[in-house]
Structure formats: C-alpha cells, structure tokens
Write a protein that binds this ligand. Sequence first.
Ligand code: IDC
Length: 508
Amino acid sequence: MKKKIFMLVFMSVMLVCSCAYGFSDVNKNDWFYENVKDMTDKGYLSGYEDGSFRPSGIITKAELVSVVCRINSLAEKSSQISHWASSMLLSALDEGYYDWDEIPPSGETYDEPITRQLAVKIIMKAFLPDEKGDYNYAADNIKDFSQVDGRYYDSVIAAYSNGIVFGDDNGNLNPKAHMTRAEACAVIMRAANRKGNLKPYETPEATEAPKPVTVRKGGVSENGKLRVEGTQLVNENGERVVLHGMSSHGLQWFPAFASESAVKVTADYGANLFRCAMYTGEGGYISNPSVKGTLINAVDSAIRQDMYVIIDWHILSDGNPLMYADEAAEFFAEMSEKYADNPAVIYEICNEPNGNVSWAEDVKPYAEKIIPVIRHNSDGIILVGSPTWSQDLHEAAKNPLEAENVMYTCHFYAGTHTDWLRQRIIDCGLPVFVSEWGTSAADGNGGVYLDEAKKWIDFMNERGISWANWSLCDKNESSAALVSGADINDGISEGELTESGKFVFENF
Ligand code: IDC
C-alpha cells in the first residue's frame, strides 16, 4: 500500500515537471506543444486563470477570428453590439475572411463553436489567400471529402495540398465537427508562419499622454460674446470660434468632478468649454433642487477659468421636455437673470428628448416656450435638442425655430453612431453643436471606439463644430475620462486618465 502511494506521488511530480512553461495540461511531448507555445508566447491567445490551457476544449467563432485578427494586426471597426470581439469580427468580415451568413454580424452565433471547414476557410483567407491546391490530391487523401460543403472546397484543398491541415488518424477531416483549441493553434500557426513576418501582439496603447498647455487660448477674454452666423458659431469680431471641452457627469452623483479644481484641470489641458449636466430626473433637480447649487458653483468656476460654460437641463428618463416645462421656464428665468450679461454662458434647454416625442408636437413648442424666457434677459447662445436622443436633426430642419443665436445639438457615441449621423449633420443645413459625445457605445460603456471617434473628430474639425465630451468623472464605465478613484484636485497625472480620457484630452 505504502509503495503504491509513493508511486502515485512520484508519478504526479513527474507529470508536473513535464508541463510546458506554466500550463498544467500542455506537455512537451504533446503533438501541439510547439504551436501552443508559439501562439501564447506571441500573445495571440492565452490560457485560463487556473493555469490550464484546455487544449481539447472547443474554440468559438469569436475566439478563432480574434486570434487571426491579432496576428494580422487588423484595425478594429466600430460595432453596434457590445460583444468583446465584435469590432474584430467586423474587420474580418470586411476583409472577406468569411461571409455574412457564416457568422452574422448581429452576433448571435459569435460564441458558438466553429466548424472545422469554416475555420480552415478563415485561416486560409487570412494568411495564404493566393495558395491553390490539387483537387485530385485532396480528394484522394481526405476520406470524407464528400462531406465538405462546396463553398469550402477551394480552401480545404489548398490547406491540404500545402500541409496546413492533416486529417485524423483515419484520414478524415470531419469538416462539420468542432475545432479544438489545440487544433486551432496548430492550423493557425502553420499557416501564419508560412506567411511569415509575425509580430508579437500587444494590447494597443491608446495615445500618448496628453500634456498641459503652456498658454491658454480661445477663452472668453479672447472671443467675447458669441453669436450664430449661418451654420457657424462666431466671436465678437465675426470670426469662426470652435469650443472643446468636457461635460460633467450627473451633478447629483459626481459633484467632486465639477469643482473649480476639476474644471481648471481641463482648461490647463486646452479646453475652452465646460458643460454642467444637471439631470432633471434620476434624483436630479426635480426631486433634489439643491443640485442647482452644485451647478452654479461649476458655472462660476468655469467663468473664472475664462471658459465658455453650458447650463444643461439634462432630461433623459423624462423623455418629453414638456413634462417639466414649467420648472424649466422658472429655472431658465432665474439663470438668465443671474448670468444676463455674462458672455460665457450658453443655455442647453433639453439634453435629449426621447421616447414617444415629436419635434413638431413636443420639442418645438417647448423651445418656443423657453427661448423667450431666456431672451427676456439674455441674447446668449441657446442649444436645442431633438427627438431620438438629439439625433433627429432632419426633423428640426423641416420645421426650424424662428429665433436668433440658436443651435441644434447632435449627440453621438462612436460605438453606435457612424457615417449616417455625420451625413445627417451635412444634410440638415442647420447650425449644429455637439454638446455631448462619447468614445463608447450609446450606453456610456463598451469599446472604446477610438478609430470611429477619430473620424468624428476629423469631421467636426473640418466643419468647425464645437463639442463637449461625456464625461469628466471616475465612474467605472468606458466613457469616463478618469480611472476609478482618481483625485484631480492637484492636477492630473498620466495614470489617472482612462483610454478615453487620454484621447479626448489630446484633442482639446
Ligand atoms: C449615462 C451615464 C451612466 C448613467 C446613465 C443614466 O453614463 O453612468 O447610469 O446615463 O443616467 C446620453 C445621456 C447621458 C448618458 C449617456 C451614456 O445624455 O446622460 O449617461 N448618453 O449612456 N445620451 C446618449 C448616451
């Protein structure tokens, strides 16, 4: 008995010793050892937290495609859905590695196992698209060749003829069976190494660390009172002005990031605008009027920093602005009286109408109620939203407001809103102000989608469109500019900006 136990212990020590550098279930004499090592050393695929690699576990469509994309350094495309690999899958689809019906971009099959024939096609298209093969050779050597679907013939034949894929011990390909992780490593690494020039994969660094500006530019002392000319915002001398800055998050939740020192940090990095998002619902002004104090403090801070500042009546869950129109009228009467002669202040009267609201029946009548209230005291810039979370510029364009110094807001989130919304801005012919945008998807999370965000920045720069980015806070969501727990009372250190924050601060 004792002897037996000793043998068992001895054998398990032996087992541990023969493992490959870390993975408990990959051994030096496994047929896939070199491929798994190559794949994981280069960072294309990793093992599990428990130290295993699970070589005989199946690989999903999303996993296989993302590995292929990493090896080929494909740029990630922005995607409407929030799956971790969706942006890589869209890039691969775009490159023609697979067809729409094989892995629909709606994502419902992303996490399903991939069939061997589809995997072979993707791998061949990605790495050896020009290789051909010999039909007779493949037909002779693959016992179950008749099981292969016609659309995969070419790839399977090329893969066999080039030694990228071998059959199982019985000479079968099993084209419709699932591929294991070990098999995927082997087939992918054979094909990728054949193509050559493999660079290790590193998680892409967003941008370089932004730096504070040495001289502040574009502030109120330089531009004075703003007005709208045609579609453009202009300064006191009629010259084009573009405002860039951060939006606060909900002031009822994150007052610390709307303090004077927080606002100042953004100005130090080049912002000439700050937006104070005062939610009406969700524990905001309607149920908690004291949040107005936080708002006034933020507005005054921005003014002292020589910045333009937006007072945002942040409707959101209360999608119809008419719901609290009386409260809005009272609030804007007070604010416009308080800041009557101050050229810094901009009034945003309804953040994002949404739900069952129309421009003609709800938003326009609301604006026609509030604008005269503000005009009683001030001829400052007024920003007006539109239905569908301030995207229905085309509706407003059919039936615009008859008022001076009014701009229409367009809100976008790079992971959700793309070309079509830019086209809408071009087509509407209205003066547009992007008073809120994010690098994330529309829920404030996911991504970040910096390639699409860059397209938006370029577009806005070309057209001289002003913007405020959502949001200056440390909430654990990807649109937030600051990492959780960041303290910006003493300035910002590099580590305190998120990927989104770095990108946005660079673009002030
Ligand atoms: C989001 C916040 C999130 C909060 C949610 C509901 O990022 O933390 O839980 O509101 O209050 C908007 C809105 C803006 C949203 C943002 C992201 O104006 O309030 O903030 N968004 O979803 N419109 C489109 C996106």
